[in-house]
Design a protein around this ligand. Structure first.
Ligand SMILES: Cc1cc2nc3c(=O)[nH]c(=O)nc-3n(C[C@H](O)[C@H](O)[C@H](O)COP(=O)(O)OP(=O)(O)OC[C@H]3O[C@@H](n4cnc5c(N)ncnc54)[C@H](O)[C@@H]3O)c2cc1C
Length: 489
């Protein structure tokens, strides 16, 4: 067995792991990074993301940042708990310190550090700006690094490559278990390298930054439900994230945090091999299920705020598929094509009958559905795809609340849409230094969690905050782990 020793052992090399490793090195630590992928595929989900951040400028998060996290916290929390959640962590009762909830202090720490993370990334040549999006217009403000997540991986990864005396990469090496010393302190990881070779990598602190469990059918079935293993990761990077980070931490007593039964859902074209083949134009047409029927309001609010909920409904339809159907008037919408990232051409028909055959749905039922919908549409005066235009149907169930225009002008087009898994929500509880909290409310000495391993979301994802979470929690973990590298607490 190979055995090596470092100050800080980082598992995973997406935005969270790279931020942790570089921050630890900048604070004087010798760092090991374990990465399951080969070097040319390093970076997990981060490598494939556009990396939008919910910011109004490089100096501040969006106006709705804290409110959205609160609104998306899910359920009807006990008001007594909500009241105590704002107390200083040390003054909170034990039961609360270990409770899996959207932690206002962690959310505030992320909001506070996001501008600092952007300034820090600028030192590595990363520039944030308004970047092209797949929404025609949006309900909040977003910015992103020019070059997306790949630019982040290349900038921080490139820096780490050049610090070879201080940062050592172990590629094609997957961490499997934490090493715990006699005092209960985490002291390294056991891993498996190429050719099933076991390794022990020790260090006074370990940062788990190896993503969620979207690439692990066993954990998906266990936590999200039996059908979830058929919901594919939205990009190739997700297949590398097999949940060991979450499992290793839970195995040593970490408190669970984040919605274990859920994940960030994105609507994609199942035929496409593109990186993130989203279909975000459905609000301009209608969604038809496999039986030829409408099943939801396609335009309840701006698409960026509702696509996750709509995608979950698609997942629940027969065969987990729907079709976004349009007539030729789609072409009147300026720039509509930015909303579809699949390069596979849509199904097309000169008549609705022809389109139904292409889609493989019952043509009679499909015709009846479109007739009923068309009859319920108002005049198209005032149609505006950039705002909630209030053009809503009357006397049809389900209602369409905005952008309701009849589907009458040939040719007719349809994109198939399925639900994909961007990342899972279930993770472990951390504090504002990204230290892992155990089920009794105490810190597990030597253990940090960053990025997707750190549970943050319940029910609905607060969009454009996951890369930010990775950068911020990675930075927190790296700095604190370097500081405590010779400590016993
Ligand atoms: C197509 C796409 C678009 C997205 N768009 C956005 C967006 O616009 N804004 C946003 O905020 N978020 C977005 N996300 C989500 C976001 O990219 C991720 O949640 C975030 O980048 C995760 O960072 P991470 O470092 O936690 O994990 P990752 O980037 O996934 O990195 C985890 C790393 O750990 C490695 N690993 C896994 N298991 C092990 C193991 N046992 N041992 C060693 N290594 C291991 C993996 O190979 C991987 O390199 C998007 C994701 C995708 C895929």
């Amino acid at each position: 067995m190979h055995d090596s020793s470092f100050d800080v052992v980082v598992v995973g090399c997406g935005i969270a792991g790279l931020s942790a490793a570089v921050m630890a090195q900048q604070n004087g630590a010798r760092v090991a990074i374990l990465e399951r992928a080969p070097k040319d595929e390093r970076g997990g989900n981060t490598r494939y993301t556009e990396s939008l951040w919910r910011m109004k400028s490089v100096d501040a998060v969006s106006e709705d940042f804290l409110d959205k996290f609160a609104a998306n916290a899910g359920g009807w929390p006990d008001p007594g708990i909500v009241q105590e959640a704002v107390l200083d962590r040390d003054c909170q009762p034990r039961v609360l310190r270990s409770l899996g909830v959207v932690d206002p202090q962690v959310v505030a720490a992320i909001a506070d550090d996001a501008p600092k993370a952007i300034a820090w990334l600028a030192d590595f040549g990363i520039k944030f700006d308004d970047i092209p999006m797949y929404f025609l217009s949006q309900s909040t403000t977003r910015m992103g690094p020019i070059g997306g997540g790949l630019a982040l991986v290349e900038a921080l990864g490139g820096y780490a490559d050049r610090q070879s005396d201080d940062i050592k990469f172990f590629y094609e090496t997957a961490a499997r278990a934490l090493i715990i010393d006699d005092t209960g302190r985490v002291a390294g990881v056991e891993a498996i390298g190429d050719g099933n070779v076991p390794l022990r990598i020790t260090g006074s602190n370990v940062v788990l930054a190896c993503g969620g469990f979207q690439g692990n059918p066993e954990m998906l079935s266990h936590y999200v439900g039996p059908q979830s293993q058929f919901i594919r990761p939205v990009s190739r990077g997700g297949h590398y994230n097999r949940g060991e980070g979450v499992r290793m931490a839970l195995n040593v007593g970490a408190a669970p945090c984040g919605d274990f039964g859920s994940f960030h859902a994105q609507p994609v074209d199942p035929r496409s091999m593109d990186m993130e083949p989203v279909v975000m134009n459905y609000n301009l047409g209608v969604l038809i299920n496999d039986s030829g029927k409408r099943f939801t309001d396609e335009g309840p609010a701006m698409v960026d705020a509702t696509y996750e909920v709509v995608t979950r409904l698609i997942m629940g339809e027969r065969n987990g598929i729907a079709y976004a159907v349009f007539d030729a008037s789609l072409d009147e919408v300026e720039n509509w094509n930015v909303t579809v990232r699949s390069r596979v051409p849509p199904m097309q028909g000169a008549t609705l009958m022809e389109l139904a055959v292409e889609m493989g749905v019952d043509a009679q039922e499909f015709n009846r559905t479109i007739d009923a919908y068309n009859a319920a549409c108002p005049s198209s005066d005032g149609f505006d795809p950039l705002v909630l235009d209030g053009l809503s149907t009357t006397n049809v169930n389900p209602k369409k609340s905005n952008w309701a225009r009849p589907i009458v002008v040939p040719p007719f087009r349809a994109w198939p849409v399925i639900c994909s898994n961007c990342f899972t929500f279930g993770g472990v509880k951390i504090d504002e230094q990204a230290r892992v909290v155990n089920t009794e409310g105490d810190i597990i000495p030597g253990l940090y969690a960053a990025g997707e391993v750190a549970g943050l979301y319940y029910r609905v994802y607060t969009g454009a905050t996951s890369v930010m979470r990775g950068a911020v929690t990675g930075r927190m973990a790296g700095a604190d782990a370097a500081l405590r590298r010779n400590s016993t607490s």
